[in-house]
Design a protein around this ligand. Structure first.
Ligand SMILES: N[C@@H](CCC(=O)N[C@@H](CS)C(=O)NCC(=O)O)C(=O)O
Length: 226
């Protein structure tokens, strides 16, 4: 059976949503990143990048949430278009989520909520870039039900993983300028699979405190500051 290496945070949630939508059987393997379990040698053999999510499926081992979404779509034949032109759009938007939405939103959260002072320059840069990327998603959704048009796809799942966190990333007022992202979030949140994906966080006890142990595990660069 597939093993899904999971932590209740944006990138793993994308994969949780696919697995719950598709009904594919899987075993959940909790990885508590605030306790440093992403650095255990057994997990590094699955994902040398020491991040969640990851997936193993027989001889196939896949890391990086968007690669896992593509793998699962190929394996199941679900949630991805079949024409060359539509697949080109799928790849473009999936890569935009992978290289723009995720990294800029993640750095925006880091500098706003976790980094020590002085951080004004970094907050300004990452909030600006996160907002700019989210506006691209909002514009793409204008006049469309889903990211690729009428059909729900892995691109929507990738967007959903991070859209859940928009108030934490950009502040509550962000929804005023991202009405189409909010609509997509509400549409997906209403799906039973999304509710099951969210409920996975209850399947294990995950550490919530961002204390010294968590900072050491997640921000190892701080060691160099002494
Ligand atoms: N590009 C990777 C990023 C994965 C990532 O940053 N995962 C976060 C959770 S959303 C994580 O495991 N953080 C723990 C850490 O940075 O130590 C993906 O999309 O899967």
């Amino acid at each position: 059976m597939m093993k899904f290496y999971y932590h209740p945070s944006p990138n793993p949630l994308k994969v949780a949503l696919f697995l719950e939508e598709s009904g594919m059987p899987y075993e959940l393997v909790p990885v508590d990143t605030r306790k440093g379990e992403q650095h255990d040698s057994a997990f590094l053999a699955i994902n040398p990048n020491a991040k969640t999510p990851a997936l193993s499926d027989g001889d196939a081992v896949i890391f990086d949430s968007n690669a896992i979404l593509l793998y699962l779509a190929e394996k199941s034949g679900k949630f991805a278009p079949t024409t060359l032109e539509a697949r080109a759009q799928m790849h473009s938007w999936l890569m935009l989520v992978a290289t723009g939405i995720g990294p800029y939103s993640g750095q925006c959260v880091h500098f706003k909520h976790f980094a020590p002072e002085p951080k004004e320059y970094a907050v300004n840069r990452y909030e600006f870039e996160a907002q700019r990327h989210w506006k691209l998603i909002d514009d793409q959704l204008q006049g469309k039900q889903f990211m690729l048009g009428d059909d729900y796809s892995i691109v929507d799942m990738a967007v959903w993983g991070w859209a859940r966190a928009v108030p934490f990333i950009l502040g509550e007022a962000a929804w005023e300028s991202l009405p189409n992202v909010k609509r997509l979030l509400d549409t997906i949140n209403a799906r039973p699979a999304a509710q099951r994906a969210e409920a996975l966080k209850e399947s294990a006890t995950f550490k919530s405190e961002m204390d010294d142990e968590a900072r050491k595990a997640m921000f190892p660069q701080n060691e160099r500051l002494g």
